[in-house]
Design a binder for this molecule. Structure first.
Ligand code: MG
Ligand code: MG
Length: 628
């Protein structure tokens, strides 16, 4: 599998782009003409620069408004093409992309276009060059790859072939299986892009909202399966026009791009097992059994504050690490680790970000396989020296610096707690408040980072993503997206912020980067748990009485239930499958909080409609604490 990316997909000057593309592992680039025109040096210098980065130019693009031109525009179109052929020869690339004509004066007619391409093929052949024809979704006469293929077929010239672009086919809802009938050797190049499903003008959608395969909603896997069935074995190239990517870090966008192609071909190989597809070898997507632990880094004072909060939540101190300043708190199946050690990753995370979650431990089917898959997808492996008696727990770095550790039942990892901790032998003191497990972990990030996280989690783990939901903060929108597995043992809510005046935005600006902002625990009976927590001194986040009036108006819950909710500051939601109860802790530190929930029946959501009430209450909560 040869990978490539159009230079237009990422930000920076040509040198910065090439450096990022090369580091991410790509084999080649599509050179976008403007990137070359704005470069301060002759084509030969560009060619050398590309070679120096270990890349090749797989394609020169775009050449516009060529076919079907009336005289005298037709002659001029050929003259322009010859000029670009000169440039291509100096650049050292043999393939030019011609996209379907959008000019108002262009004439229709399959045969007329085929004649033009036949002549262009002859001219290209004289120089040892090739030309590929791509149907733009908004082309004046040609906007469907089936028509573009008919033109290429009738042009019947060995130097003329077809270029396919997943966006143009899928955005127009053309069945990608129509590609299967095209001979693979007549497909000269394949461009790949995904996009979120938005009902808008095709040109605008394409120029601003494309994203990496796997980040959007289009069936790029089905498209690529059809392409692979033709026997096509040329480059797979990303052509992504996206406003965010153009303003983002070329390095991170390139890493995402490479990951998206590796993941795509992994899926295509499974979809089309009879084809000879050679994806990057790696274990299958990893099933997650659950969240094994959550680790906070803190200094001694803040660790004590956190311990107090955990105590009021019904957690018990259950052990101390054999050699480090690390304490284990437990309730139900929940393990919370407080790390105040002056060595290691937790401490460096504390120095940079302050008190907060620095590490998440996931229980997976196979910890070693998880790291292998992550590595194949371009993630960084994390290691740090282990002390005597400590286990080597496989780990990787997340998208922006946090760590994920993996444990399984296969090896010594299953005895992690017994081996690394001196556990208290006596049974836990009373005070358990009925918290059973972690329902979800909410990570806050800049909106621009969200797609990276989505791709990171969904490509590595056996999970699905739910549609993006808008959450209203009085100071701006938060875009929220859930990633979960089928059993619900892994649920992550990703919250993308667009400004730092929102409650979530303030949190990540104080934390200097994306971070876990809340952790939700499940319980079997919300009212029993709320009562038990009260006896431990827990103080819930105060919800406005207006919320309960509105709830009554909307759902007519009846006074007894409504009063119970109101008294305990519990928020409520329901869908056709069940009900959801939730209440929150007061906020801690930079804006971190805990949530306690109960799911009744088969309720699938996360109480998104309640989020705005929670946020307003938290903003009042912040003002109160800041005035103290
Ligand atoms: Mg294209
Ligand atoms: Mg939540």
């Amino acid at each position: 599998m040869k990978t490539s990316i159009a230079t237009v997909s990422i930000s920076g000057n040509l040198k910065e782009k090439l450096s990022a593309i090369s580091d991410a592992g790509f084999d080649g680039i599509e050179i976008f003409e403007n990137d070359f025109l704005t470069f301060d040096g002759p084509p030969r210098e560009v060619a050398k620069l590309v070679r120096d980065f270990g890349l090749e130019i797989s394609l020169f693009q775009p050449f516009r408004d060529f076919e079907g031109m009336p005289k005298p525009n037709r002659a001029r179109a050929f003259d322009r093409a010859e000029r670009k052929f000169d440039v291509m020869q100096e650049l050292g690339t043999d393939l030019m992309l011609v996209c379907s004509n959008t000019a108002p004066q262009a004439l229709g007619g399959i045969d007329r276009a085929a004649d033009d391409f036949c002549e262009l093929g002859a001219r290209a052949a004289r120089r040892g060059l090739r030309v590929g024809y791509e149907a733009l979704a908004w082309g004046r006469h040609i906007n469907d790859h089936r028509d573009a293929w008919e033109i290429v077929r009738r042009a019947d010239h060995p130097n003329i072939g077809l270029i396919l672009d997943s966006f143009h086919t899928l955005a127009r809802k053309i069945d990608p299986n129509s590609i299967r009938a095209i001979p693979g050797d007549k497909i000269f190049f394949v461009q790949l892009a995904d996009a979120p499903l938005i009902d808008m003008d095709l040109l605008y959608w394409s120029r601003h909202f494309r994203n990496m395969p796997g980040e959007g909603d289009l069936d790029v896997v089905g498209f690529m399966g059809a392409v692979a069935a033709t026997g096509y074995d040329g480059p797979l190239s990303l052509e992504i026009f996206n406003d965010q990517f153009r303003g983002g870090s070329p390095r991170f966008i390139s890493i995402d791009g490479y990951r998206s192609l590796v993941y795509l071909m992994d899926q295509v190989a499974k979809l089309e097992p009879d084809l000879k597809i050679e994806p990057v070898k790696m274990p299958d997507q990893i099933p997650v059994n659950g969240i094994e632990f959550i680790e906070f880094s803190a200094n001694e004072t803040e660790a004590e504050e956190l311990a107090t909060i955990l105590h009021t939540l019904g957690f018990n101190h259950r052990g101390k690490h054999i050699s480090k300043d690390v304490e284990l708190w437990r309730q139900g199946d929940i393990n919370i680790v407080l790390n105040t050690d002056r060595d290691g990753f937790a401490h460096s995370s504390y120095i940079v970000h302050g008190t907060g979650v620095c590490d998440i431990g996931l229980s997976v089917a196979d910890a070693k396989a998880t790291v292998q898959r992550a590595q194949a997808l371009g993630a960084d492996i994390f290691t740090q020296p282990v002390g005597p008696g400590e286990l080597e727990i496989p780990a990787i770095r997340g998208v922006s610096g946090g760590i994920l550790h993996f444990v399984d039942n296969k090896s010594s990892l299953k005895d992690l707690w017994e081996k690394e901790f001196s556990l208290q032998q006596t049974p836990a003191a009373t005070g358990d408040c009925g918290l059973k497990s972690i329902d979800h972990i909410a990570q806050t990030m800049n909106h621009e980072e969200m797609l990276s996280w989505v791709l990171f989690y969904t490509s590595l783990f056996k999970t699905t993503k739910l549609p993006v939901v808008d959450v209203v903060d009085p100071a701006g929108l938060i875009r929220s997206q859930v990633i979960e597995n089928a059993s619900g043992s892994l649920r992550l809510t990703l919250n993308g912020v667009e400004n730092n005046r929102t409650f979530a935005g303030q949190f990540i600006s104080r934390r200097f980067g994306s971070a876990v902002q809340h952790i939700a625990f499940t319980c079997a009976d919300i009212f029993t748990t709320a009562a038990a927590l009260k006896t431990r001194g827990f103080q819930p986040l105060q919800i406005s009485p207006n919320y309960y009036d509105d709830l009554d108006a909307r759902l007519a819950l009846g006074d007894p239930l409504l009063n119970q909710l109101r008294r305990n500051n519990i928020l409520y939601d329901r869908d056709e499958n069940g009900a959801y109860y939730q209440f929150y802790s007061q906020i801690y530190g930079d804006g971190f909080f805990f949530e306690i929930i109960e799911r009744q029946g088969d309720y699938k959501g996360y109480g998104a409609t309640n989020a705005q009430f929670r946020i307003s209450a938290q903003k009042r909560n912040t003002q109160r604490t800041e005035h103290l």
